[in-house]
Design a binder for this molecule. Structure first.
Ligand code: ZN
Length: 94
């Protein structure tokens, strides 16, 4: 995990463009609502229910975090019955 502290949210998000090993993702936030649990470096945790959560702030220590564009992928063997997306092959080819 990158422990760097970036001056701005935009610079932190730009750092996400570096492609790492596969599997990996790059998601584009669309300004939709989110529900997330955040575990801060200070040891506290908090819950966010909100729109446009491009960055969050810990209510205990006031650290601020840009929300990244990567999510964790863990390979599975069975196709789920709902909430499963299958992309067209040429969508991400440029
Ligand atoms: Zn904190």
């Amino acid at each position: 995990m990158d422990d760097a502290i970036y001056p701005t949210r935009e610079e932190a998000q730009e750092a996400n463009y570096v492609e790492a090993s596969r599997p990996m993702t790059f998601i584009q936030w669309k300004g939709t609502d989110v529900c997330m649990d955040v575990y801060c470096k200070c040891g506290e945790s908090f819950h966010i229910d909100g729109y446009f959560a491009y960055s969050v702030e810990c209510p205990y220590c006031n650290r601020m975090y840009a929300c990244g564009a990567k999510i964790v992928l863990r390979e599975i063997k069975e196709r789920p019955e709902w909430g499963h997306c299958v992309a067209k092959k040429d969508v991400c080819d440029g």
